[in-house]
Design a protein around this ligand. Sequence first.
Ligand SMILES: NC(=O)C1=CN([C@@H]2O[C@H](COP(=O)(O)OP(=O)(O)OC[C@H]3O[C@@H](n4cnc5c(N)ncnc54)[C@H](OP(=O)(O)O)[C@@H]3O)[C@@H](O)[C@H]2O)C=CC1
Ligand SMILES: O=C(CO)COP(=O)(O)O
Length: 343
Amino acid sequence: MMKHSVCVLGGGSFGTALANIMVKNGHQVSQWMRNEEQVEEINLTGLNSRYLPDAPLHRELLATSNLEQAIRDSDTVFVSIPSKSFEQVVQRIEPLLTADKILISTTKGFNPNRFELMSDVLRRNSVTQKIGVLSGPNLAKEIAAGQMTGTVIASANDQVRQRAIELLKSPSFRVYENRDSTGVELAGALKNIYAIVCGLAKALNVGENTMSMIMTRSLAEMSRFAVHFGANPMTFLGLAGMGDLIATCTSPLSRNYRVGFAIGSGQNLDEAIGGIGEVAEGVNTLKMVVDEAKKHGLYMPLAEGLSKLLFEGAKLESLIGSMMTGEQKWDVEFATSEENSNV
Ligand SMILES: NC(=O)C1=CN([C@@H]2O[C@H](COP(=O)(O)OP(=O)(O)OC[C@H]3O[C@@H](n4cnc5c(N)ncnc54)[C@H](OP(=O)(O)O)[C@@H]3O)[C@@H](O)[C@H]2O)C=CC1
Ligand SMILES: O=C(CO)COP(=O)(O)O
């Protein structure tokens, strides 16, 4: 197997978990972060105590604050920076990128300044068009603990998909391919909205019928939105769609779920976000998606109800009302033609 030189941008929980897999796989990995103390801690103790405290890291993982060298030395760059700062960091590396480098985004969110995904930010800011996105049910703490996990590498470029598999495939980490990059990336970003809804519902002690209805109707909303922007609806049946929705809507390890749970337990949005201390992408995603859905006339009752609750001071009943009194039509919108009828 060929040994690659990889750079992971970001010292958070997901970047660290991925960097650790790749170094264990025998690749040369540098992980760039801006915090010098964190660099020193990882290099001296093999621990990232702020973001991934329970995971001993491979001794050959090299943490660095030297962005220029990390990029120059690498053939593949993973960008694991929250969406809010993603473009700012990508602009710093732009002069160092060459057409042969592969760029992979792991960030599940939208650019807060304009309606675009992280792969669009990469495409706009780099000479290389070898771009991919990694998404799936990938709670970083479980990956770091060696729990069996599956992910999806999405790209129209075969070399990008093969590179991600070579770097990341391991006995506990499976990497599936998808050419529908738009669908995979939208699935990862959108599910964060519904993880907030599910955390909220759980705090209210709703039953399993209710949880199942919320999650399934979430999938309907997500795929309706994504198909409008060019995604393949079938992508939503895979790990990046249904898979990630299940993981994030049911696990207290999800920061978005925890924001919802805190709000359902009586905290306001600022308190809920403050209590997490890490990124919860769903809050910005909700704003962007509800605006876009309005512009395009897309029916998104759960997202709209949550937006009214979080940003307009509406009562919880309005979210419940959105779900229970809205339009009821097809269960599966992509299977409504008469051809699908078998009676
Ligand atoms: N954690 C998870 O389970 C998963 C996360 N993801 C996605 O991965 C992305 C990254 O998240 P995650 O690792 O969890 O995030 P964390 O909140 O754990 O960490 C964020 C990291 O980004 C760094 N950062 C933020 N802004 C800047 C900046 N301007 N310049 C340099 N570094 C910056 C932070 O540095 P500092 O500490 O100095 O602020 C920190 O190292 C998210 O979009 C998330 O959706 C995807 C799958 C799973
Ligand atoms: O995307 C994730 C798991 O797949 C992580 O979710 P949170 O960002 O909500 O923690």
